[in-house]
Design a protein around this ligand. Structure first.
Ligand code: ADP
Length: 494
């Protein structure tokens, strides 16, 4: 990463942005805009269109028209593949520009942003582009006088509501499979991080995606998101974000056309460290990174550290030491490991959780406060709280910030019980040299992903999805395609 290039890009003024509807960049129907604040300094970065329900309806109508006249789903698979590969190429060619734009908007440290945002988004789009001409229907094992066929048809119009922590990466998790299969999509980026995803949408048009196949509407969740949720013309709604909004989306579906709703929600992911971990220093470093990178604003963040009682003090000291080496600050400096909290609202929420943890008997052994206030930005010291009981608020509710709660355990069974004692089930990890114990943890801990002797790594070849109140369905891998198809049976008498 070249700091001088980053510094040049960070100085660029950002022109106000409109929606992308029917291949055009358009303002809100009533001309309203909303300020975009930078978490780096609290200053206004630019304005985006503050969408109305009418704008959302227009975007959905455009997506529907594109689907019905088959301008995309009717193209030969090789042609669709070519466009998507071109899009991936454009994302990569503009990677630094996209990453810096995204960081100015959402505060993720640039090292992580570059890899996880344009890097991952391009990889995801390419993965599904490559897959799309290798997908076949099925012939069923029917009696000889019958031909039973299973067609996999695109669902039609997909609505995708995207959060602010990794807008391009998560956007691509939805867009890649949905578009590869021939669907039309309407995107609703988050209020506090829409710029990079809107730019990525414009690049899709440049790559040759026909107008109307991908539309994007900015604005408030409660206005344009709600209009999407309640639309009678959206077939599938895909979402990553908070449980509260996920619940609302299910209600919208029930109150409208019973559209399918796929949710990737929060987590309270347990990182379980046994005394027989292969390398406790490594485990401590990875545990710190697993909660504090992107200031804890990661759905799979390892926010609960469960430590075998016999090594509790020693291990907590090692994690604290590893944390002290992580530099918090300007997300656009290549030296930074922990960037900004996305918004002032989020920062206040994080600090509120620390107060509650203290009131419930937890001991803050490092961090706990806002820092670098002189920058005007939203920065929080990485925070470790010990003495967190399994039913404490900090052990039960997702903070979505740089706050780690530590809970000791004595036995394998107790570790599993504590790990499973939340409503969530997104990710987890166990550190042990004992193969049998490792497998017991994989089987025993109720999550969508379990890591062994590592934390947080995964690539596009494996699914990501939660159980319990962490959601349903999966992003990534070929399994994600299932969300965007309807199965149609053809039963033919020969
Ligand atoms: P957070 O609380 O972390 O911001 P949200 O779940 O509120 O998470 O936000 C994730 C996405 O959901 C954003 O794009 C946001 O605009 C959208 N959203 C928020 N409220 C609603 C709503 N009532 N209906 C539809 N979308 C919403």
């Amino acid at each position: 990463m070249d700091q001088s290039k980053i510094d040049a890009l960070r100085a660029h003024p950002i022109p106000p942005r409109g929606h992308v509807i029917d291949g055009q960049i358009v303002p809100a129907s009533d001309g309203a805009t909303m300020d975009v604040l930078s978490p780096l300094n609290g200053q206004v970065l630019t304005q985006v269109a503050k969408g109305t329900a009418r704008d959302m309806t227009a975007a959905i109508a455009s997506a529907r028209a594109a689907f019905e006249d088959k301008r995309w789903c009717g193209q030969p698979p090789a042609a669709r593949k070519k466009v998507l590969l071109k899009w991936a190429e454009l994302i990569e060619a503009n990677a630094l520009e996209l990453a810096v734009l995204g960081v100015r908007d959402n505060g993720t440290e640039i090292g992580m942003a570059l890899k996880a945002e344009p890097g991952s988004a391009a990889g995801t789009i390419r993965y599904y582009a490559e897959a799309l001409d290798k997908l076949y229907g099925e012939i069923a094992p029917t009696p000889g006088d019958i031909l039973g066929m299973i067609h996999k048809e695109p669902v039609g119009v997909v609505g995708a509501i995207i959060p602010w922590n990794f807008p391009m990466m998560i956007g691509a998790w939805k867009l890649g499979p949905a578009l590869a299969l021939g669907n039309s999509v309407v995107l609703k980026p988050a209020e506090t991080a829409s710029l990079s995803l809107m730019r990525m949408t414009e690049l899709a048009l440049e790559a040759g995606l026909p107008p109307g196949v991908l539309n994007a509407v900015t604005g408030e969740g409660a206005v344009v998101g709600e209009a999407m949720g309640l639309s009678m013309d959206v077939d599938v709604l895909v979402f990553t974000g908070s449980g509260g909004t996920g619940r609302r989306l299910m209600e919208y579906s029930a109150r409208s056309n019973m559209k399918r709703v796929y949710l990737e929600l929060g987590g309270k992911s347990p990182n379980i460290v046994f005394a027989d971990a292969p390398n406790l220093d490594e485990a401590a470093k990875v545990a710190a990174g697993g909660i504090f990178r992107n200031a804890g604003q990661v759905c799979v963040a390892g926010s609960r550290l469960l430590v075998e009682a016999s090594i509790h003090d020693e291990f907590v000291a090692a994690v604290t030491k590893a944390t002290a080496t992580m530099r918090v600050g300007d997300p656009l400096s290549v030296e930074t490991q922990i960037g900004a909290v996305n918004s002032e609202v989020q920062l206040k929420q994080n600090l509120g959780f620390v107060d509650i943890a203290k009131a419930e008997g937890g001991e803050v052994i490092t961090g706990g406060d806002r820092i670098l206030q002189e920058t005007g930005g939203y920065f929080m010291a990485p925070t470790i709280v010990t003495g967190v009981t399994r039913d404490a608020t900090l052990a039960q509710q997702e903070v979505f910030g740089p706050v780690l709660g530590v809970t000791p355990f004595e036995t394998d069974e107790e570790a599993i019980q504590i790990a499973n004692s939340t409503v969530y089930g997104l990710a987890g990890a166990a550190w042990t040299s004992n193969l049998s114990r490792a497998h017991k943890m994989v089987r025993g801990v109720r999550t969508g992903v379990m890591h062994i002797n590592t934390y947080g790594g995964a690539d596009g070849t494996v699914p990501l999805g939660g159980v319990g109140q962490s959601g349903n369905g999966s992003d990534k891998s070929l399994h994600a395609l299932e969300k965007y198809v309807n199965l149609k049976t053809a039963w033919i008498k020969l």
